[in-house]
Design a protein. Structure first.
Length: 507
């Protein structure tokens, strides 16, 4: 499987990275120059306030909003003034469920924290004191004395080899390592070089911590392109293509440090056609932002992102490849399982996901589809958890959410429909106005009213003018109705003609 990493750094306002496997877009990342990324950054923070009701502290890390630190994410070794007991097990980690945050933190106390989630909406960054520094093959744990191997490495002999290599690393006291999936099959030399790099990096960070006053940034994560290369570079990467001379030099220098000898795989693109158009990536990106995604078999997915969850509906569409209905449905669901995993990764969707597969009678076919989805999700670095297919043919799953999805990065909520995707019909608004007038006149004096409506609603009122004349006659009132160009189609302004005060006619 040939992999290519395409990096667009030519734009002044935006940086983009695409990962292509077998000429198909599988990952897409976008970063605005004016949008500051915080995930992975380390800060020397100060406890601003503690909320015992939710067992959390708000930490001043020098950003506009204080970061959020829950007691479950708190390791005493990162907090000054908390003594460690003898032995390898840290007291803060023995029974996290029974700990009280006030026993560990006090207001004004300094603490070393790392950002695990970007600020979203009104919320600040999500923080942890369980610091981790990722490298190409390893994750260095400065505050946790353990050695672990990624669960995605299944072969017992390879797991044993990697764990033995990790055990030979001369680690500082109290530190540990996690062997990443990318380490599978790597050489001993590459493994040790990665460990040395991470230990040296932590030494520099410790020096920065000692020489800085809280709140302060003590370590900044790599930029977008470097981070993607570090996390995604492997032997099956045939090319890294960059379209800007300055960006090319920047990436080339980084690759030389990360993977000595791989510099020949870094290429500068100098064509006239935009780099994403040249590799056909732009069309795939546009497809990834559509609600409907077609499958090769003729079926399609409908993907709707709500505030609570992401709903994915699988439809057979034009798939009539077999006269056997069960066979057709199963074929569509199997292909849909692969595409669902690809779309979740591509769109960077997180949180709760509900997939409505087409109903299958055979339990074996249901299990085959579920296994196909699980296998497809193994290629995804984000953690996921899947429940069995329910009796209604639904699959509930969760996918790790660490930042905004692509659609949230690229689109703003529609200011007209406020994200609903629909607005009330003009006839419905017209009828609502009639009902509201009846309710108002039933309990209020017969005032004359001035009413402002959207021009489209005004047209509907003219078509039904007799109904409004009947209201005037029945309640002995005068209605002066006019159109206002910039008024939302669902909004109606009503004023008392005598006092010119606005009336809340429709609540």
């Amino acid at each position: 499987m040939e992999k290519q990493i395409i990096i667009d750094t030519d734009e002044i306002q935006e940086r983009r990275v695409a990962i292509i496997e077998d000429q198909k877009l599988v990952e897409y990342y976008i970063e605005r120059v004016d949008a500051h990324r915080h995930i992975g950054n380390l800060y020397k923070g100060k406890v601003s306030n503690i909320v015992t009701g939710i067992q959390a502290a708000f930490i001043d890390i020098g950003l506009p909003k204080n970061g959020f630190l829950h007691v479950q994410e708190l390791d005493t070794s990162a907090v000054e003034g908390v003594e460690l007991e003898d032995g390898n097990v840290r007291p803060a980690n023995r029974d996290k469920s029974s700990r009280k945050i006030t026993d560990i933190l006090k207001e004004g106390q300094e603490v070393i924290v790392q950002v695990v989630k970007e600020p979203m909406g009104t919320k600040g960054c999500r923080l942890t004191t369980n610091v981790s520094l990722p490298g190409r093959f390893l994750v260095f744990l400065p505050c946790e004395e353990q050695i672990a191997v990624s669960r995605k490495i299944f072969e017992a002999e390879e797991r044993k080899r990697l764990k033995a290599l990790a055990a030979e690393v001369d680690l500082p006291k109290g530190c540990g390592l996690i062997v990443r999936t990318a380490a599978e099959g790597c050489s001993e030399k590459a493994f040790i070089n990665d460990a040395k790099y991470l230990i040296g990096l932590w030494n520099l960070i410790e020096s920065g911590i000692k020489n800085s006053e809280a709140p302060a940034l003590v370590h900044q994560e790599l930029d977008l392109a470097q981070k993607i290369i570090r996390d995604s570079f492997s032997e099956d990467v045939a090319k890294i293509v960059v379209n800007c001379p300055e960006g090319h030099k920047h990436i080339l220098d980084f690759v030389k440090k990360l993977v000595p000898g791989a510099a020949k795989q870094v290429h500068l693109y100098q064509g006239d056609l935009p780099i994403f158009a040249k590799w056909g990536v732009q069309k795939d990106i546009e497809r990834a932002l559509r609600r409907k995604v077609w499958l090769k078999c003729g079926g399609y997915l409908v993907i709707d992102q709500t505030e609570a969850l992401v709903a994915i509906d699988v439809n057979s569409g034009r798939n009539v490849s077999s006269s056997d209905l069960e066979k057709t449905v199963t074929q569509t669901n199997l292909e849909a399982a692969d595409e669902v995993a690809r779309q979740l990764k591509l769109r960077n969707v997180g949180g709760l996901v509900v997939i409505d597969f087409i109903d299958m009678r055979s339990k074996k076919n249901q299990q085959d589809v579920l296994m196909r989805l699980q296998n497809a999700l193994r290629k995804d670095n984000a953690r996921s958890s899947i429940l069995p297919i329910s009796e209604f043919g639904l699959v509930e799953m969760t996918r790790q959410r660490v930042k905004e999805s692509i659609s949230q990065s690229v689109y703003n909520q529609c200011p007209y429909c406020k994200g609903r995707g629909i607005v009330k019909s003009v006839l419905s608004v017209c009828i609502d106005l009639q009902r509201a007038l009846k309710a108002y006149f039933a309990v209020n004096d017969r005032h004359n009213l001035k009413i402002e409506v959207n021009p489209l609603v005004m047209d509907a009122i003219r078509d039904n003018i007799d109904i409004f004349k009947d209201l005037e006659n029945r309640y002995k009132a005068t209605l002066t109705i006019s159109s206002k160009e910039k008024l939302h189609v669902e909004d109606i302004n009503v004023f008392c003609e005598k006092t010119n005060k606005k009336i809340n006619l429709i609540s």
